[in-house]
Write a protein that binds this ligand. Sequence first.
Ligand code: NIG
Ligand code: FE
Length: 394
Amino acid sequence: MSTLITGIGRLVTNDPARDRGPLGELTDAAVLIDGEQVAWVGDAHAAPPADEAVDLDGAAVIPGFVDSHSHPVFAGERSEEFAARMAGQRYAAGGIMSTVTATRAASDDRLRATVSRIRAEMLDEGTTTFEAKTGYGLDVATEARLARIAAEFTDEVTFIGAHVVGPEWRDDPDGYVDLVRGDMLAACRPHVRWIDVFCEEGAFNVDQSLAVLEAGRRAGLGLRLHAAQLGPTSIIGDAVALGAASIDHCTFLSDADVDAMAGSQTVATLLPAAEFSTRQPYPSARRLLDAGATVAIATDCNPGSGFSNSMPFVIAIGVRDMHFTVEQAVWAATAGGANALQRTDVGHLGVGARADLTILDAPSYRHLAYRPGVQLVERVYSGGELIVDNRPCD
Ligand code: NIG
Ligand code: FE
């Protein structure tokens, strides 16, 4: 079955071969979808025949968003903690523990319902690929349970047993790190592609974090890292040298940290919704981009530091407060996320890409930042299938 999406006013391809600006933009374009993939892209007037045609009447189309950082497998909520922060309290890693208690007590079906709802909300705002972390179990059985449930929803599952020290190990953090590197990693390994660590005051120090990443690498997992969210750190150079796919948060970076990332394949993933909801300073996207680093933006959707799963929201903040241009922010939310997940099949609309298309009720992708807080996602195709249609039914 082939479908020709035609009448696209402005099409973001992110296809460097097109040489039309950073987003490989085409006007008056069409995309031919064959099965799950993009089979042809070009001028609408030159489009090949297809089994069916869908005319968008000038709407803008972008690749589906790639949200490369989220924590959607949890129970409970922490709106009280959020309200206290807005009244002046500081964000600290310790709040994670209340979510751990609720998550351990929740049934598999309860957790599934939460991930399913978060995924539906993400799709509704144009996200077609998302990464999902464990990290609210902190014992072997619960971490494995969270990994197994996350894998029912996405191929991009990350084991983060080293989120904070498990409550049973409060007096023996190194013993907990050994558990994470040993039995917990082994139990989660069948369900996950990535390993991650929260390297921060109140969570894990640099040596502990590197030990966890090295164990993950030995187990054949790709490496991700939470770092420099709440203060400076000395881990960035070592994480880059270990081949981390992405270092996330990146607020408190030294010049050497920026240079290390810029001279590497490691992506800097910025998470503005966390800064928004913790009243922390925003990292500068401009500084990283000017140095030549590859930058992604993602939601970090979690019940503590920021409970938004909206990529348009993080694009708007990124442009307003982190000095991305609109083009750079849209690239970071699509191709940047794909780079952070080392995926070549998503984040762009070149021939052979997965047919993940986000159709906007707007003439340009610029409206994503220009009209913050407005639902502009009109339709979403995932793997060639129309799975969201927000058009009014009259
Ligand atoms: O990315 N930083 C560590 N993890 C999350 C917060 C988790 C929580 O507070 O529950 C984050 O911000
Ligand atoms: Fe996070």
